[in-house]
Design a protein around this ligand. Structure first.
Ligand code: FES
Length: 244
């Protein structure tokens, strides 16, 4: 194999960027990785949250982060890499302070998602998968966010921005760039991608209940049912289920 290097046909689907060895992982990070590993009967089940913790510290899945996960879990770096490069939530290049996603799956597309993605891309001066030179924004095309009743939907640091259009996107991006407070449509005030990644890793910031939890469009059915006195049918008893 020596002298041969695997070349991906899809350059962006390749591995973690080994040319960037920078890291902010400390002994404290390793200790937090051990905490995460201790939360599961099988420690390697903690790999996904551990990789989010790596992103919260290094802004991407760094080579050192992969090595640290492998050491803590007693698995190989190749096994960690295999997981880190499978899921789109794990970034192989530094994401921006604010990671912006635009949904272009069917319903959002019908409601203007592709035009919105083009608009955001033009405004930020970056293509999907890229980060602005000043590190403030990165951009991603998202698959359905299960928020189709609020299409077209954007996300900032995984928080929902509902019923978007180009003007609202301009305001959102201008406010984020200026450091103005930005409230997600159904969630907390926006902090940063790294802080959001730490929460996803399993270290809550105490703001889980901040902001509205559900939007009107999701509650229409419930409101109509309440007005008309509709209730859900009782679930069949377990014994009847078993007989079927
Ligand atoms: S298609 Fe965009 S949230 Fe479902």
């Amino acid at each position: 194999m020596s002298g041969h290097e695997f070349q991906s046909y899809f350059p962006e689907s390749g591995g973690v960027d080994l040319t960037d060895q920078g890291t902010n992982i400390t002994d404290g990070t390793i200790e937090e990785m051990r905490q995460l590993a201790g939360r599961y009967p099988e420690s390697r089940s903690a790999l996904l949250p551990m990789l989010h913790l790596v992103q919260s510290v290094d802004g991407r899945v760094s080579p050192r982060g992969i090595e640290a996960c492998a050491d803590v879990l007693g698995i190989s770096a190749a096994q960690v890499s295999g997981v880190a490069t499978f899921y789109t939530m794990y970034k192989r290049r530094p994401a921006g302070k604010h990671h912006v996603g635009v949904c272009t799956t069917a319903l959002c597309a019908v409601m203007g998602g592709d035009a919105l993605l083009d608009h955001v891309s033009d405004k930020l001066g970056i293509a999907e998968g890229e980060t602005t030179a000043d590190g403030t924004f990165s951009l991603e095309r998202l698959e359905c966010n299960a928020a189709c009743d609020f299409a077209p939907v954007m996300m900032v640091n995984w928080e929902f921005m509902d019923n978007m259009d180009p003007d609202k996107a301009n305001q959102l991006l201008d406010d984020l760039a200026a450091g103005n407070p930005v409230q997600s449509s159904r969630g907390a005030t926006i902090t940063s991608w790294k802080e959001a990644e730490r929460v996803i890793a399993g270290f809550p910031d105490g703001r889980a209940d901040e902001g509205p939890a559900a939007g009107d469009a999701s509650l229409v059915g419930l409101r109509i049912a309440n007005e008309r006195g509709w209730t859900a049918p009782d679930a069949p008893a377990a014994s009847q289920e078993e007989e079927k």
